[in-house]
Write a protein that binds this ligand. Structure first.
Ligand code: SIN
Ligand code: FE2
Length: 204
């Protein structure tokens, strides 16, 4: 396996997934979307520009009660299982004793972005968040654990995988913009980001 880039403790495997595996993943994701349609979450900052759904025991939802992990889609059904094609990536890159309980699927259309944030709704920060990028290039920005300070940016391309673990686990990160139409993977353009997470504490 290739050695990942290390940018401020974020580990980046560039071009980790060859084209045929990216295409197979998109097929698996389409199947998930047919069971658990994309929806647009709203946070206290207003409606998000990405649309979202999930697979696994938990997804992430947002409503009048705030945002949180949930065992059901807003339409009331459980989330579809995480496809083996995605679990394989976790098993290959992450040395740990647990499997992801949540596979979040974020869909970025033209103009979509994600503000700088921390991922801190999980019970145990010893487990990394693993992120898989598909489709158009996205400008990923990395900050610090505390708010503010200098940031570093890099373009994530289709097939790149990022591990946010260890010292990176609670660092701020976000996506400033897409290069819409830069990839031919998705016929209508756009970017899909898949994140894998362990959500619960060991004994939950
Ligand atoms: C996220 O932080 O949840 C998404 C990151 C990305 O889209 O690359
Ligand atoms: Fe995040």
């Amino acid at each position: 396996m290739t050695v990942p880039l290390n940018i401020r403790d974020f580990l980046i495997w560039q071009e980790y997934l060859p084209k045929h595996r990216q295409e197979a993943l998109v097929e698996d994701l389409r199947h998930i979307l047919s069971k658990a349609p994309l929806f647009q979450p709203t946070t206290r900052h207003g409606p998000m520009s990405v649309r979202m759904t999930a697979a696994g025991r938990f997804g992430w939802i947002s409503d009048q009660q705030g945002y949180r992990y949930s065992e059901t889609h807003p339409n009331g059904t459980s989330w579809p299982p995480i496809p083996v094609s995605i679990l394989d990536i976790w098993n290959d890159l992450i040395q740990c004793d647990r499997m992801p309980e949540c596979c979040l699927i974020n869909w970025y259309g033209e103009g979509a972005r994600m503000g700088l944030h921390q991922d801190k709704d999980e019970a145990d920060f010893r487990y990394p968040v693993l992120s898989i990028s598909l489709g158009d290039d996205g400008l990923f920005r990395i900050g610090h654990e505390a708010k503010g300070g200098s940031t570093a940016s890099l373009w994530l391309r289709s097939g790149d995988v990022v591990s946010m673990g260890g010292a990176a686990r609670l660092k701020h990160h976000g996506v400033d913009r897409l290069r819409f139409g830069s990839s031919a993977l998705l016929p209508k353009g756009g970017r899909i980001n898949v994140t894998l997470r362990v959500v619960t504490a060991e004994n939950d």
